[in-house]
Design a protein around this ligand. Structure first.
Ligand SMILES: NC(=O)CCC(=O)C(=O)O
Length: 274
């Protein structure tokens, strides 16, 4: 039976890019020693999640961070979904996830499509569009195991994007994310479980750990949810690696027993990609 072992590195992000890369490398190596074949990092894993840092930490592709991830993927013979980093392209900075195969080839990249511009009374206020540009693509990559959809954090709130990935054949959706202490406790679990259920996929969300010295306090709680909506692995707020196994028979079984994707009334409504 085909299975895939996944490791999520819930990294503590600090104000030093070198240290963040070193720490990611250490944790990836540990995840691989413990059997992971696919390793996932959090949103902005090499840079504190604050507008003022994005231009300072941004790099072109290929750059220091992506070279390190590519080398690790090749040396260790694993897939890496490299969370996200601030990517500089000409004069624009994007919140970008790079995906590497076992040979270290970059097999896809996702630029965050929905920017986190919110103002919750008494809670979180953030305006990513002050410093970042919008991604324009839906990202589904092909691996030897299955197709994997990749989106970033706030993107997960938009069910149409997730559904497009499922319709393109994704059996796993991976979302590097960094929710906060307003929306995390309120919405994190519900969103992850809903997206897994809607699309009958394994839904994996990777957060940084909570760093109380940083201005932005990440919620943590990286999780893996199966296609039946059950949380099969979950972190607390601290730095750690969590593990889980993708059971492809489970995806088939759930999709056969409850054929949601087949039962869509495409004669009544339609979802299409521009
Ligand atoms: N980094 C983000 O996109 C944060 C998204 C978030 O916290 C939310 O509630 O959505």
């Amino acid at each position: 039976m085909k299975r895939l072992k996944v490791g999520i590195c819930q990294i503590k992000v600090v104000e030093d890019k070198e240290k963040n890369i070193e720490n990611a490398e250490k944790m990836i190596r540990e995840a691989v020693r413990n059997g992971s074949q696919l390793i996932i990092l959090p949103e902005m894993f090499n840079c504190p999640y604050e507008n003022k840092y994005f231009p300072l930490f941004a790099e072109n592709y290929p750059g220091k961070t992506t070279n390190a991830l590519s080398n690790l993927a090749k040396t260790l013979g694993v897939y890496i979904i490299g969370g996200s980093i601030p990517e500089k392209d000409k004069d624009i900075i994007y919140n970008t996830s790079y995906i590497f195969d076992k040979k270290g080839n970059m097999i896809g990249k996702h630029r965050k499509v929905h920017l986190f511009d919110v103002d919750v009374e008494g809670g979180i206020k953030f305006k990513e569009s002050d410093s970042l540009g919008y991604g324009e693509k839906v990202t589904v990559v092909d691996t030897e195991y299955c197709k994997i959809g990749v989106a970033i954090c706030y993107d997960m709130r938009f069910p149409e994007l997730m559904r497009l990935m499922a319709l393109e054949g994704a059996e796993i959706i991976v979302v590097p994310a960094a929710f906060n202490m307003t929306t995390g406790p309120a919405h994190w679990d519900i969103l992850l479980r809903a997206r897994a259920l809607d699309n009958q996929v394994y839904f994996i969300a990777a957060s940084p750990s909570r760093n109380m010295e940083a201005a932005y306090h990440a919620y943590g709680h990286s999780s893996i949810v199966n296609p039946w909506g059950e949380i099969i692995s979950k972190a607390d707020e601290n730095e750690c690696i969590i593990y889980g196994e993708i059971d492809f028979e489970k995806i088939k079984k759930v999709r056969k027993e409850l054929p949601l994707l087949k039962h869509r009334r495409t004669d009544l409504y339609e979802l299409y990609k521009k």
